[in-house]
Design a protein around this ligand. Sequence first.
Ligand code: C2E
Length: 844
Amino acid sequence: MPTQLPDLFASTLEQLSDAVMVTDGHRVLLFNTAAERFWDCPRQTALAQPLAALWPADLPAIHELSAAPQDINLTVAGIVRRGRLRVSRAEQQGQTIFTVFISALDSHLRQTASASGYGNAEHLQLLSMVTDRTDNAIIITDGRWRTLYINDGFSQMFGYSSKQMLGAIPTSIIAPYAEQEQVDALHDQLARGQPFHAEELIYTRDGKRIWCSVTTNPVLDEQGQLLNTLTVLTDITQSKMHELLQNRVLSAMVREEPLETVMNTVCREVEHLAPEVTASILRVDEQGRLHPLAGPSLPAEYNKALEGVAIGEGVGSCGTAAFIGEPVIVTDIASHPYWAPYKQLALPHGLKACWSTPIRSSSGRILGTFAFYYRECRGPNPLHQRMVEVSTHLCALALEREEARAHIRQLAFYDSLTKLPNRSLLHARADQALAAAERHRDNIAVLFIDLDRFKQVNDSLGHPAGDELLRVIAQRLTENLRHVDIVGRLSGDEFVMVLPRYSSQALAEVVEQLKGRISQPFSIGSTTLIPSASIGISLFPNDGHDMESLIHRADMAMYQAKSMGRGHVSYFSHELNEQAQQRMALENALRDALDNGGLQLHYQPQINLADGSLYGVEALARWQHPELGSIPPTRFIPLAEECGLIGQLGHWAVQEACRQLAAWRRQGLQVPAVSVNLSPSDFHNLELPQQIAHTLQHHQLQPQDLTLEITESVLMDTHPSTLTTLDAIHSQGVNLAMDDFGTGYSSLSYLRRLPIHELKLDRSFVSDLESDATARALSEAVMRIGESLRLIVVAEGIEEEGQQQILRQQGYQVGQGYLFSRPVPAAELQQWLQQWRAAAARHG
Ligand SMILES: Nc1nc2c(ncn2[C@@H]2O[C@@H]3COP(=O)(O)O[C@H]4[C@@H](O)[C@H](n5cnc6c(=O)[nH]c(N)nc65)O[C@@H]4COP(=O)(O)O[C@H]3[C@H]2O)c(=O)[nH]1
């Protein structure tokens, strides 16, 4: 043995990543750098003190420990270090010498030392004993790469004896497939005195591959000539496998590879590391059925046969493992009862044993199984166990991630309430359908479906009932669909259906059936609803070439259907389009008129029938458009309601009427009061009472100077603010008049509920008074109602003297109509009043 060997042993000991302590049971005889790090104790101190100072009291005494490795925790300066402990014994001069190896489980404690701290020859024996007992493989060569020494660890790790190795060049034996160029480069590097470190896949004598961390240090003489090399090889297969698998699989996930690709990567990687296994990954669905995800080395028909198999005890290894939630090891498929129904599937492919492990989510739910098949009757070895531990973890990660992605997809593209495609997905699918229809010159029908009176359901029965109705309707819309049909929810109670390839006759039938399904009675609690929907239809290619305009036009047609009443269907037509465009232009013009003083109020006198004096005036809006001419309120008031301008219009009318009343009074004109029409939706505004009070105050008017006319439709308005606002206005002292009385509900109970001051008999009764006894009876009845409720009753639309006579006889106090005056501009009212009073004086 060359003279340098003691030094080499010493340096070997230093290079071990394991902490090594040699002791006779009392004193510490050797203590390497890794041990210094593990115990956090300098070597001199360790050698100087008794063993008890280093040996944790909670561990058994050294001589009591067995040779089997065990994991320990050592507390040093309050920090717990974890390590795998192995103790070997040797007899030396009648004394037992213990060598303690601890491989640190905390990675920061596992660097390999580079500096050699030993050099004294008297430790030679101890050192050689230590190097022999370490798990690491050690090779020492001479300057011409010939092996001088291998330790026992080398023989154990690679299966070669000293006899086989001595004199041989190590690379030719343990790295037979290495390129000569690589070997030459390594030798050059070492000959220049530079150490070598790498992680390599190394072949054992029986062809097994082991991942090794390889460190080779050259020893040069004073002239710089290479004398020896010292190589330490550490088996890192397990951590390397972990690292490799993790890297490959995680990077496949980061690249957003499909789940199947990620799972195939896991299988291929484990099969590469352990060629004796065939890996398979199955997913378990919510119904407990198996779905092969990956099994790249299994025959395709084998994977196919497992598709949809229900899990259960006795359903092979995987079905059973998924069912009982525990790993199942079957070492002989041919004889095991779990495989009885399936062995004929596996055995012909040479699959003789199978070990399956459940894949669990972080919450413990079973997501799938990870299995190793063997082509011989056997069970797993420790490497396989480690691989399965790592792989199931990675599979769980990939499966959970897939689930999360599916959930995100669901949230992004589906409406969470009805589970129907949302607007984005609907558009995407409809665009595809449109492209296909264009290619094949097919037609498409687009249906815009809007539930009737959905708001009432929501307001009266509550939002959960509204949600339930939407779910039921969504379900009804999806019944009887062909695979090419698309249905989605746009928003609120609006749904869209895209139906390709229908003749007009067939489409009409489909729509009829759809209406029938929608209107099936449906119960919420104790209430039974009969839903209905207004449906607008546009057709490709006639009504548009892109989805945006087809949906828009179907919407317009739906709007038209709505105006016909509940449950109607309307097809888009170009006239409809023109109407819609005109409506749009009118809407803009109205907005402009409201902003720029384009509207005026005309005033119609209301007369005390007893003495002909002025009771008040009704303000009526007028719109004289510069190009379109005079637009009647029956046209622009509903428009203002539809396009959300009614609040602004009502506010303007109250302000303008009050301003005018104050102006007349300043001019000395005695106008007792002004009444202004407001729409039901004006009363949704909780600030209305405040605004009115402010306007009255601003013009120094009293609350009773103003009357607000409301219609019976206020009663059908279920908005929660309506009654509150009406009450607040009434309690301010402003009068409320019920307009058009007799045409709507005419229910007495609501008249009691509302704080009404005045009733206005609708003019349709007045016009027939002279010719129709029923009209007379009705006007009489309205008068009696008014009387009984102590309300002032105003008759509208008096055109004839005869009508006035009848009404007066019936007890009507106030009358209004062309007989007295048409509605006139403010300036004209002044003249009219003067003439009226003059005439009254003449007759009086
Ligand atoms: N044939 C006939 N008609 C008579 C006679 N006397 C009055 N009229 C008409 O009857 C309507 C009375 O108004 P209304 O019932 O409140 O009905 C009003 C009212 O509901 C609404 N309206 C008018 N101005 C406003 C307003 O400023 N705001 C709101 N929200 N609605 C308004 O528009 C409706 C129609 O208003 P106008 O066209 O001005 O029609 C007025 C008036 O010109 C008569 O002897 N014979």
